[in-house]
Design a protein. Structure first.
Ligand code: C2E
Ligand code: MG
Ligand code: MG
Ligand code: MG
Length: 281
């Protein structure tokens, strides 16, 4: 120990770096088996119409509950899956499962599924989506795929082609976390997105009166309107935020104010209740 102590100040940081790498490696090994062991499931978060507060759909959010490691956040395991190519089989399972589960909801309720760039660069992805729709008998227009701006950063042409194939199936596309990545407006005119999702950071900023956040939401809503696209505000947590987002003109809203991500049975119950409420009205 005494020999090492004089070795240099940087040594002090190595144990932490090593611990992080070790944790990643352990999680990666566990993630490799997670699918077959049935440790993955989807929760569903409500998306509502901003004006009427009517349910329009749910976003499927992947959950990993490991007996050994507990509940691991997607913010932690999705990047591991992406870097190890595990996102291929896992992403396929997500699309298939979301279609099967949503097929049991009323037919005006949509399901949104997150798709990583790596999945789009797989030439098989379109076939996976088509197959999931066919097997589940979910109408294509009820499925929405969420991609982030990062899909256009690398091999943009192949990403645009993959998105074209998906659009041909009748599936909708939305642009997730808009404004947080490397934004280029060119692809907004090349690819037909139905919805731009405004990242939670802008919603939070706007509600705290940050002028830049307000200006960005206004600009994105105006841009979406003029391109014939809808907007969803992410991360609406309070009634005040809802009121502000309405004034700013976002068409849809998602966030804890309306509901957290829910187990599939609860999501379905809400969807069914929503339908009878609408019929009665
Ligand atoms: P995302 O697609 O932007 O999903 C929204 C995230 O915001 C979710 O986090 C959701 O639980 C959280 N959220 C929603 N409303 C609120 C709110 O009012 N306040 C706060 N503080 N948070 C809110 P989650 O479930 O932890 O997912 C994180 C990210 O992981 C997702 O961000 C998405 O990028 C990724 N992800 C989740 N499931 C999948 C999946 O099946 N495939 C892929 N490729 N990525 C996924
Ligand atoms: Mg999303
Ligand atoms: Mg998002
Ligand atoms: Mg987000």
């Amino acid at each position: 120990r005494s020999k090492d102590a004089g070795g240099g100040v940087f040594h002090a940081y190595e144990p932490q770096l090593h611990a992080d790498a070790e944790e990643r490696r352990v999680l990666e090994m566990a993630l490799r088996r997670a699918l077959e062991k049935g440790e993955l499931h989807l929760d569903y978060q409500p998306v509502v119409d901003a004006a009427s507060e009517r349910l329009v759909g749910f976003e499927a959010l992947l959950r990993w509950c490991s007996p050994e490691h507990g509940t691991i956040s997607p913010a932690k395991f999705i990047p591991i899956a992406e870097e190890t190519r595990l996102i291929g089989p896992i992403g396929e399972w997500v699309v298939r499962t979301a279609c099967e589960e949503a097929a049991h909801w009323p037919d005006d309720v949509r399901v949104a599924v997150n798709v990583s760039p790596e999945q789009l660069h797989n030439p098989n992805f379109g076939a996976v989506v088509a197959q999931s729709l066919a097997t589940s008998r979910l109408s294509p227009h009820r499925l929405e795929l969420e991609v982030t701006e990062s899909v256009f950063m690398r091999e943009a042409t192949s990403a645009v082609q993959a998105l074209e194939r998906i659009l041909e199936l009748g599936v909708r596309l939305s642009l997730d976390d808009f404004g947080t990545g490397y934004s280029s407006l060119g692809y907004l005119s090349r690819t037909r997105f139905s919805t731009i999702k405004i990242d939670r950071s802008f919603v939070t900023g706007a509600s705290r009166g940050v002028p830049e956040a307000l200006a960005i939401i206004r600009a994105v809503v105006a841009l979406a309107n003029s391109l014939g696209m809808a907007t969803t505000a992410e991360g609406v947590e309070t009634a005040d935020e809802l009121a502000l987002i309405r004034v700013l003109g976002c068409s849809k809203i998602q966030g804890y104010h309306f509901g957290r991500p829910l187990p599939v049975a609860e999501a379905r119950a809400i969807a069914l209740r929503n339908r009878s409420a609408t019929r009665a009205a």
